[in-house]
Design a protein around this ligand. Sequence first.
Ligand code: SF4
Length: 360
Amino acid sequence: MLVHICCSVDSHFFLEKLQHDFPEEKLTGFFYDPNIHPYSEYQLRYLDVQRSCKKLGIDLLEGEYDFENWIDAVRGLEKEPEKGARCEVCFDKRFITSAKKALELGEKKITTTLLVSPLKSQEQLKRVGDDFHEKHGVEFIAVDYRSGGGTQDQSRVTKEEQLYRQDYCGCLFGLTMQREQQDKLMDEMFSPISGQTLPASIEERLEMYSYRNELEDKSIEYKIIKQKFLNYRQFNFKLISGKKDVLDAYALSYSTLPRKKAQGRIEFAAHNIHYFNREEIKLITLEFFNKQNSTNYKSVKELIYNPLSYEQELTFRKEINNTDYDLSPIIVVENIPDTKLTIQLDATTYEDTKEKIIIL
Ligand code: SF4
């Protein structure tokens, strides 16, 4: 039986039940989910499905991440709510491709882990499955592992197995609607030009779950815990000298400007820190930055495209301000300008939660 898999939270419990209910069947997993956006989230879900299938001794195949085809298929349905017309097209696409894969592999039965998701309509899935059966002869196994306490059992398994628990269905459109309803920043869509791994980003989770797999390979015991913290994202930043001369400049993480703009000039300097006469802004030279961080950046541009890690930046910020809670702008420039300056900085801090591994 070919089992289309959408994520480990749905698949681990589902595959365990299938193994129990169909002991004669050789199960093969098929991860085909081009709906998942961004690609890093796709990689993260696939990583966790790989771990889950390995634990259960189930072979796993990966489908093509044909995101453009998926976008074409749902065009015009972007504003549909979950369980609406877009989801129907999304299921059809994933199911039909999986069913074709089953045909190609000579499998006679197919099912999908989407059947256990509370966000999916089982009737909708069954309709598509039965239709394919009629046309191609691959039987759709529409098991119901949700009722009779199934959903509670699934939650228990998710917790016990420490599976990666995503908090949105998968696509860009569903995520946009969800974040709008929650009035929450859609920080999943940030992709800094620097490639820096941002706190509580998908990239950070991907690193953490890869590390978790390494720990398991070495039989090191661990726990994944959650932490509340103040997160930060920078939307844009510009330092202008005089009327329109844009200078190369880098604003350290956790630099914020409540009114997004400040105008003034450097008032004085002490211990290599140059104090602006507005909004507690500080400027430092790249030379000083290099000295303090034992780095060798040749230009601020180089720093912009290849910054320190977030943690290193925070440590440096703390050194300059002598506190963990400073949110004033710290700007790195090649030379301290003696002209009138305009600082445009759009950045936000917000309460957030992130996962962390602790070794037992
Ligand atoms: S909300 Fe989920 S099921 Fe619906 S279209 Fe997006 S990814 Fe597919």
